[in-house]
Design a protein around this ligand. Structure first.
Ligand code: NDP
Length: 349
């Protein structure tokens, strides 16, 4: 069956003919927000307003956009939010002192240090200084360790969001062959671990993988987290496979955009108007082969922010409600809900 999506829909590719089911990240995000609002209201009744402190160093335009949308999401959900904007000349010591201050504040449940930090700042030292109970990005080694051992904790937002897409779209993960392309600490590795906990058989691919196309072709579920526009071609994908496209590359080169979106005149028109377009790691023509696919934009991106909100609410519940500190099941929006974690411990450090 062919589906046509109208221009103006957030994931429209123009006159795209899709055989794949589009996994609409915006609709899934809205579903999660609906659930979070109830949890936030319940916490509010107990006098708790979850809050997120964002630290944005310098004036990187992309970071400014990301942080702005995270603060806007807090406002939309009624969470507290604070924005700290040290100058690009900030030192590691100053960053550590800011993090210590935020760690000590009871009204701050989540601390988000927007990356990248300037080169003079020791990024690892700053991330490791964040209280693991407030580490809503899930980057702290304590939370990574919990993920490795299948215990409840705060999980990196993007892979957590990918799991939500799979779970809420009814994609069978147990027993599936999954290929994760990319092995970064913030996407590829935690993604692979979450899939393993959900009983998939996982292959982690990277720049040294031999016959990448052949490995990807074996997969029932492909997660692309590479950062190379349209790299995964239709011939790489097994017909009917589920494809989760994490990649977002801002492409301004007209020749490249014309090559990638040759079959998508509306998308080309959009590009000519704006002068850039966001391109996933998966070639748009893969939608004619896959069984289900996330669009770019409008797929994984909205889930990343939704999971940040979910982690902030979860951190507040675990840290500030006394009974939540032990034997509390992960909340419904957490990927850990779909993990096989017998005897999972609580996330409070
Ligand atoms: P990194 O650059 O940290 O990692 C990229 C990974 O891709 C590496 O493991 C690298 O392998 C692998 N890789 C690079 N080139 C190839 C190749 N030719 N063949 C196979 N593997 C390759 O990126 P991130 O994980 O941080 O991000 C990946 C993408 O996801 C980016 O486009 C980023 O913008 C996007 N992203 C999107 C988010 C969202 O919310 N939608 C959130 C986070 C990221 P090796 O290890 O060997 O170098």
């Amino acid at each position: 069956m062919w589906y046509h999506f109208e221009e103006g829909s957030s994931f429209s590719q123009g006159a795209l003919k899709l055989s794949a089911r589009v996994l609409n990240g915006i609709a899934i995000r809205d579903q999660i927000y609906g659930e979070l609002k109830q949890e936030i209201a319940a916490l509010g009744a107990a006098g708790i307003r979850p809050g997120l402190a964002a630290v944005l160093v310098g004036e990187n335009p992309a970071s400014q956009i990301y942080v702005r949308s995270k603060i806007a999401a807090c406002e939309q959900l009624g969470l507290g939010s604070w924005l700290h904007t040290p100058s690009a000349a900030v030192t590691t010591e100053e960053m550590l002192s800011l993090v210590a201050e935020l760690n000590a504040r009871d009204d701050v449940d989540g601390i988000l240090v927007q990356l990248p930090l300037p080169p003079q700042v020791d990024t690892k030292a700053v991330l490791e200084a964040v209280d693991p109970a407030k580490d809503v990005d899930g980057f702290h080694p304590v939370n990574l360790g919990r993920l490795v051992s299948g215990r409840a904790g705060l999980v990196a937002c993007t892979p957590a969001g990918c799991m939500e897409i799979l779970r809420r779209s009814g994609i069978a993960v147990e027993g599936a062959n999954a290929a994760v392309v990319g092995r970064s600490d913030i996407v590829g590795k935690p993604m692979a671990l979450l899939l393993v906990h959900a009983n998939a058989t996982v292959t982690i691919c990277h720049s040294k993988t031999r016959d990448l196309a052949g490995v990807v072709r074996q997969a029932d579920i492909v997660v692309a987290a590479i950062g190379r526009a349209a790299m995964i071609e239709p011939e790489w994908v097994r017909p009917g496979a589920t494809v989760i496209d994490v990649g977002t590359t801002r492409v301004t080169d007209a020749a490249q955009v014309e090559r990638i979106f040759a079959n998508y005149p509306a998308r080309l028109a959009q590009f000519r108007e704006k002068g850039f377009t966001l391109v996933g790691d998966v070639h748009p023509d893969v939608a004619e082969v896959a069984g289900a696919i996330t669009p770019v934009p409008g797929g994984v991106g909205p889930l990343t922010i939704a999971m940040l909100m979910s982690n902030t609410v979860k951190a507040a519940r675990l840290r500030r409600t006394p009974k939540a500190s032990t034997n509390t099941p992960p909340n419904t929006t957490s990927n850990t809900a779909s993990m096989k974690t017998p005897g999972a411990a609580a996330a409070k450090s």
